[in-house]
Design a protein around this ligand. Structure first.
Ligand code: ADE
Length: 230
């Protein structure tokens, strides 16, 4: 078993790198990949840079070059569900691309031929996440996460995404990582801790809570890695 752990930004992987052992760095494709061990398990950690394209490149390299056979994403998200507060954890049961639009040809938002509007994630890792949340006494929401190459700081756009995709949270990488994992038949898990509410204060809140929420997510992911069996 070789486990990929991905984030989008340095702040999302720093709390992982500070806890793993035997770290070996490889520079590849204008990025840095960290092979390491955690609780006797082999892991490869990288941050992609922000957005769907960079995330897809990094996920592909983690799988194809480093031989990772499962992928866990750790990071932050904007809340759509009003029950989600700063620092709360949300896992994706499915992910969609809210900015994918060929509706001019009669297709639904988020759909292109031979693709799917909503890509589902690995059921075993979702169940493991629920077990870890129970053990830690942490609330954990499960729902749709919407991804797009836009930082959302606008109630109108947020409520459109909410209605169109029934999404609980939004971010800028998850669905592209899920598409890669789906195509390459690698189990995928996407965890996010809330950094903002995708409203007019989102820019300020994101800057304020990025580090603390990223750590909440990273610590949870490492507990899952420790307990992962297959
Ligand atoms: N990630 C965290 N907050 C976000 C937001 N408001 N929009 C897009 N991605 C985010």
């Amino acid at each position: 078993m070789k486990i990929a752990i991905m984030g989008a930004m340095p702040e999302e992987i720093e709390p992982l790198l500070s806890r793993v052992e035997n770290v070996r760095e490889t520079k590849y494709a204008a990025n840095t990949f960290y092979e390491a061990t955690f609780e006797g398990k082999e892991v490869v950690i990288a941050y992609s840079k922000i957005g769907k394209v960079f995330a897809a490149i990094t996920a592909t390299i983690l799988i194809e070059k480093f031989g990772c056979d499962r992928l866990l994403f750790s990071g932050v998200a904007g809340a759509i569900d009003p029950d989600l507060n700063i620092g709360d954890l949300v896992i994706a049961d499915g992910l969609c691309q809210h900015d994918l639009d060929i509706t001019a040809f009669g297709h639904p938002f988020g759909y292109v031929p031979e693709g799917e509007v909503c890509i589902s994630t690995d059921p075993y890792m979702r169940e493991l996440a629920k077990k870890v949340a129970d053990q830690k006494g942490l609330p954990l929401k499960e729902g749709i996460i919407a991804t797009g190459d836009q930082f959302i700081a606008n109630e109108e756009r947020k409520s459109w995404i909410s209605k169109m995709f029934d999404a609980h949270a939004l971010e800028m990488e998850g669905a592209s990582v899920a598409v890669v994992c789906n195509a390459l038949d690698v189990p995928c898990f996407i965890l996010r801790a809330i950094s903002d509410s995708a409203d007019m204060d989102a820019g300020f809140d994101f800057d304020t809570f990025l580090q603390s929420s990223a750590k909440v997510s990273a610590d949870f992911i490492l507990e899952m890695v420790a307990q992962i069996e297959h």
